[in-house]
Design a binder for this molecule. Sequence first.
Ligand code: UP5
Ligand code: MG
Length: 190
Amino acid sequence: DSRRTPFVTFVLGGPGSGKGTQCTRIVETFGFTHLSAGDLLRREISSNSENGSMILSTIKEGKIVPSVVTVQLIQKAIETSDSNRFLIDGFPRTEENRIAYERVIGAEPDIVLFFDCPEEEMVKRVLNRNQGRIDDNIDTVKERLKVFAELNLPVIKHYSKKGKLYKIDGTGSEDEIFERVRPVFAALRY
Ligand code: UP5
Ligand code: MG
């Protein structure tokens, strides 16, 4: 591939909107490399890194980890990969995250997906997940929804103004949603 900088897609949406699930499908069909910011942070907790306990308490409260930490994890993941197309899942969460990323990486994302899903559906999915995530309880979910509305929606609005946003209806079955995602990537020239 002749691209010097990788093709980057940000994948956004509230808690339980299906970001991770649809990223898996995009990887299978279009050969992207999936970088979940939440997974990178959870890996830092399990690896007992110096920021681990701070990250753990931040996630438990449904708040946002400082940009410098998350951006560094994403940068390292991109740099150590030989892939040239990435799905960055669940990041940027805030305008501050976005600005820090664009400064450090030196580029904007190519496109941004937004899985639009009603709150009651997102709550139902998250509370049914049962994978032992410390933030999958009703109190933390309420805070995650609040933080999403207050801090992440402005990021989504920013990319909408730039003409980079693909808003996807996040309701229905996983298959139905993927059939809405597919044409976005099928039409790309990268
Ligand atoms: N499911 C999926 N699709 C379904 C469908 N169509 N119908 C029925 N069920 C469906 O899906 C959630 C659940 O629903 C799963 O059980 C799935 O099988 C089912 P999933 O695909 O996992 O949704 P996703 O949007 O990925 O939900 P997730 O809970 O991972 O989203 P969050 O954004 O809340 O979590 P994330 O891991 O990104 O972040 C966690 C925390 O990390 C944040 O709250 C924050 O504290 C911290 N964080 C930062 O501080 N900074 C960052 O940059 C990123 C994270
Ligand atoms: Mg996820």
